[in-house]
Design a protein around this ligand. Structure first.
Ligand code: ADE
Ligand code: ZN
Length: 319
C-alpha cells in the first residue's frame, strides 16, 4: 500500500452517517432535521447548502469526548487506508457554542490522537480553523486564544467557510499573529472563486499552503507564481467534483497543476459528504506510484509538524 498523508480534512465533515447516529443516540439528541435523505446520506445541493449541512451535522456533538471520538475514528480509518500522517481542521466555534472550555476541547482531541497513535501508529496534528463568513473579529479572537493556550499538537491556523464573504486582507491581523507565534498558515481559496481569490490570499496572508487553489489553473501567471513560491495546494478532487466545480475527474486540473510545476497534495475535505476517502483520492488520481509517493512526500514536507516528526515520517517512506 502506498503511504499517504493528508493535510486537508475537516473534523465535523469527517463524521460518517453511522457515527452521527451513534453520537446523537449517546447524547440523547434527536437527529438534526433534514440531515439525511431517504437513502441515509447527507443532503445538500450546492456549496452554500453544503455549508448548511455541515452546520447541521455539528448538532450531534455535545461533550469533549465526542470530539475526541470523531478524530480517533477518522484517524483509525485513515490509517487502514495507509495514512501515516493527518492534519485535521478543527474549529473552536462549535465547542465554544456548546460551552465547552477551549482547554477541555483540545485535551479531548489530543486524547483521540494519542489513542489512534498508540493503536495504529498514525501521527495526527490539529490546525485551528476560523470560519470566513463569521468575520475577522472572531478569527482574531480565535488566534488570541490559540496562542494563549498552546498545545504541541496544534501546529497551524487556517480558514474555511464561504469564500465570497470578506477579503483575505480582512483576516491579516489574525494570520499575522498566528504566523509570528510560529504557526503554519493555510487558507481556503480558489475553490468556489477564481484565480483573483488566490492572488488576494497569497498577497495578503503569510500562507505556505492553499486549501484547494485548483482554480489557479485558469491563470498561467498565477501558476508560475505558485510554482516559484513553492506554495503547496491541498487538492481535493472528489470534493470539487461533488460540489460541481468540475464535471468529472478528466476535467479536473490536478494533472495540469503538476505539469505547471505546482506542488500538490491529495485530500478528502469532508469525505462522507462527498462520497470519497483519502484512499479513493489516491486510487482515482490517475497518477503512477512514483508520482503518488511524491504527493505523500510533498504533504509531509508541507505539513506543519516539527522537523523531527517530518524527518522520521520521510525516512519511513523509503522503500
Ligand atoms: N468547510 C468545510 N468544507 C469546506 C469547503 N470545502 N470549503 C469551504 N469551507 C469548508
Ligand atoms: Zn476544506
Amino acid at each position: 500500500m502506498i503511504p499517504k498523508a493528508e493535510l486537508h480534512c475537516h473534523l465535523e465533515g469527517s463524521i460518517p452517517p453511522a457515527l452521527a447516529r451513534e453520537l446523537a443516540a449517546r447524547n440523547g439528541l434527536a437527529l438534526p432535521d433534514g440531515l439525511f435523505g431517504p437513502d441515509g446520506v447527507y443532503v445538500w445541493r450546492d456549496f452554500l447548502s453544503f455549508l448548511a449541512a455541515y452546520d447541521r451535522v455539528c448538532g450531534v456533538l455535545k461533550t469533549p469526548r465526542d470530539f475526541g471520538d470523531v478524530i480517533y475514528s477518522y484517524l483509525a480509518g485513515a490509517a487502514a487506508q495507509g495514512a501515516v500522517y493527518v492534519e485535521m481542521f478543527c474549529s473552536p466555534e462549535r465547542p465554544q457554542a456548546l460551552g465547552i472550555p477551549y482547554a477541555d476541547w483540545v485535551a479531548a482531541l489530543a486524547d483521540g490522537i494519542d489513542r489512534a497513535g498508540r493503536e495504529f501508529g498514525i501521527v495526527g496534528r490539529i490546525i485551528v480553523v476560523c470560519i470566513r463568513h463569521l468575520g475577522p473579529d472572531r478569527a482574531l479572537a480565535m488566534v488570541e486564544r490559540m496562542v494563549a493556550e498552546p498545545h504541541p499538537y496544534i501546529v497551524g491556523f487556517g480558514m474555511g467557510g464561504d469564500e465570497a464573504k470578506y477579503e483575505p486582507a480582512d483576516f491579516a491581523p489574525a494570520y499575522r499573529l498566528a504566523h509570528d507565534k510560529g504557526y503554519g498558515c493555510t487558507v481556503h481559496a480558489g475553490e468556489v472563486l477564481g484565480p483573483e481569490s488566490v492572488w488576494a490570499a497569497i498577497r495578503a496572508l503569510p500562507v505556505t499552503r492553499i486549501g484547494h487553489g485548483v482554480r489557479s489553473a485558469e491563470d498561467p501567471a498565477l501558476l508560475e507564481e505558485l510554482a516559484r513560491r513553492g506554495t503547496v495546494l491541498e487538492v481535493c478532487p472528489g470534493s470539487n467534483i461533488a460540489l460541481g466545480i468540475y464535471p468529472n475527474r478528466a476535467a479536473h486540473p490536478l494533472h495540469r497543476l503538476i505539469e505547471a510545476g505546482v506542488r500538490v497534495t491529495l485530500n478528502s475535505d469532508d469525505p462522507p459528504f462527498f462520497h470519497t476517502t483519502l484512499g479513493a483520492e489516491y486510487d482515482q488520481a490517475r497518477l503512477h506510484e512514483v508520482a503518488l509517493r511524491q504527493v505523500t512526500r510533498t504533504a509531509i514536507e508541507a505539513s506543519f509538524a516539527d522537523m523531527e516528526t517530518k524527518e522520521r515520517l520521510l525516512k519511513g517512506m523509503q522503500p
